[in-house]
Each structure stands twice: as C-alpha cells, then as structure tokens.
Design a protein around this ligand. Sequence first.
Ligand code: PLP
Length: 395
Amino acid sequence: MTGLERDLGEPAPVPGETMDRVRAILEGAQLTRYGEFKGEGSEVAALEREFAAYMGSRYAVAVNSGGSAIYLALLCAGVRPGDRVLLNAFTLAPVPGAIVHAGAEPLFVECNDDYVVDLQDLRGKAKLGARVLLLSHMRGHIGDMHGILNICNDHGIAVIEDCAHTLGAHWDGHLSGSFGSFGCFSLQAYKHINAGEGGLLTTNDEDAAARAILYSGSYMLYGQHEAAPDLAVFERHKHSTPNLSLRMPEVTAAIARAQLPLLEDRARIWNHGYAQLAKRLAQVPHVRLPKRDPREAFIGSSLQFSFEGLSATRIDNIVARCTERGLSLKWFGRAEPQGFTSTWEHWRYVHEAQPLQRTRGMLDGLIDMRIPLTITSADCALIGDILEASIEQTA
Ligand SMILES: *Cc1c(COP(=O)(O)O)cnc(C)c1O
C-alpha cells in the first residue's frame, strides 16, 4: 500500500488579493488600527463591522487571539477572581487557560460518547454556584443548545460560546455563537479563517461591548470603532476599565477579511470531504463515528471517531503505524500531552481534583484527524485503507 501524500495539517489558503492589501498596509506603515491624529480606513474596524453583519450581532470586537476573546467575555460576563466557571471537560488548553487568566476556577462538566456536554451532569453542576458556562463546541461538535440554554436560564447562568471550530456552523437554523451572551472566535492558522493568530468577540449587550473594547486596549480612541455602542455607553465605563493590550494588528485583519466571504464555499468543500471519509470509516472494524443531531449543521474541517474494544497499547501502535504511512492522527487518550493538550487531567494548575468517569472513558478511545480543503476522494479511500490495515496488523 502506498503512503498518504496529502498533508492533513495543511492550513486553509490565503487568497491572492490579500497580498496587495498587505503590501499597501506595509507601504503606508500604518500597522495599528488606532490613528492618533487621523483614524480613517482601519482594516480592524472594517473586519469588526463585517463580522458583526455576518453573525447578525450588534457588536464585534477584534483581539489578538481566540483565548483573549474568551478571557474578555469572562470579564465582561462579570466573572471575578475566585469564582467557579463551568466548562465542558473536553476542550482545548486555551479555554481553561482563559478562566485561570481571569483568576477564576474551572469546574468541569462531563461529556458524553458523542463528544458533547452531558446534560444530566450539567443540571447537577449548575447548582454549585457558577454564574457562567463557557461552552466549547470542541472540534466542531455542537450539543443540544435548547437543553443547555434551558438549564442555564433556570439557574441564572450566562453562556459564553467558544466557536473556535464552529464559525459558519448552525444549530437548528441559527449560527453557532448567536445563542449565548457572547460568541468567541479564533482566527488561528488551523481554524476556518486562517489569519495566523487573532480572535473575535460578538455580543448584543452594549455595556459588555464597550467594556470589551476598553479592555482590549483602545486607549481612549474607541470612537474609531464602527461595530460599537454609542459614545455615551463608554462614558459609563471608561474610568473603571483597565487597558489589557490585546489589540489585533491591521495586517491580521486584512488577512481575515479576505476569507470571510469564502466561508460558505469552504464549508461545502469540508463537508464533502467529511462525508466521504465518514462513509469509508464506518466500514472499518473497531471504529465508531459519533451520532450527530439532525439539528446540527456542522462544518467538517476535522473528523473524530472512537476506537472501541482496543487496548491503549494497541491504539498507540495503530497510531504509530498510521503515522509511518503519512496518516497523522491525534489520540486524545494519551497519558502525556503530545503536541496539544485536551485532557482535563493534564491541567494540574486547576485546584480542585475532579474525577470524570464518562469523559475519561470517551477520551480513552478518541481519535482526531484534520481535513484539509485539498482532500480528494482518492485520499479518503487511502485513509480508510491505511487505518484498516494498521488495525489488522496490530492484532
Ligand atoms: C484554537 C482554540 C481556541 C483558542 O484559540 P487561540 O486563537 O489559539 O487562542 C479555543 N478553543 C478551542 C476549542 C480551540 O480549538
């Protein structure tokens, strides 16, 4: 069998017209959004305006990373040092990191075998005093939003959505990120818009938006924002909100703006690849694909499945064999973090030890692969063959 030539780690491409725009910014040397004497034509302000329009939200604030967007959402939701913040346990390290950045304590909620938050565990933990749920649509999996919001509404808990992998995805006809009080998005290289680094925060709350802008480091030049509340709202907060310097550079915004109109095309290509791959993998013994709610219109920029009935040693061997043949898989059940960390037990800076049996069992067999926009039918067939052969050969 030949090896896989396709690099599954290939990021989404930067469209050609970006080069001219970036060159013009560099030539003008106006690399920051805030002009001290003349603040016209900022790329970052335009990105915020376009992103708010895309999301159908009143306000959008651009920052330097997805983690920063989450951090600001937590502060604007009123999280104080020492507070507990609920989050689904299956997530990526920047998510608990943002909670700790805000001085708060992560309180993990179990995830089920379909990789989304377990409603029963959420119902129990909603009674433990947290006022915010930081809901991470991890690897693009969206839980039952109506069920989640009902529980949170019953307990006066605000929802912050981490949409790092669901930009452009929908649940029951509504855009992911439009359900909670805040939507947080990442523009990091491996997300749906590849600007290298960067983040966006959306909200309909005028006080939260003004504070997020002040926190993000607007000096007192917030008047140069477009997707922002009236100046009178800033008057209420400008003396009490510190500048945390989390600004997005002009070049980053120019790179992101050119990709916003491409989201729909990209979603179609990713979902086509996902469907082919899922169909082939469903035939492989020991592989279980998650059940996906018909209300979830996800974007298949990556694919997850669970190995069933295989020991940790065997999974380790299968992953090693696949890697030798050019198929790079991530295994979430690894005892030690390797290249990424998505296992709550690895985050020992969290003070409260929290055993989570269901999530542990789910992570033990969980495998992840990225889907590049260039994937072909032949690649999908070969991936299935490599995986199947690797499983057989390690028996
Ligand atoms: C990438 C990612 C983030 C954070 O994004 P950064 O821009 O890297 O800070 C948050 N949550 C999830 C699930 C992610 O995958």
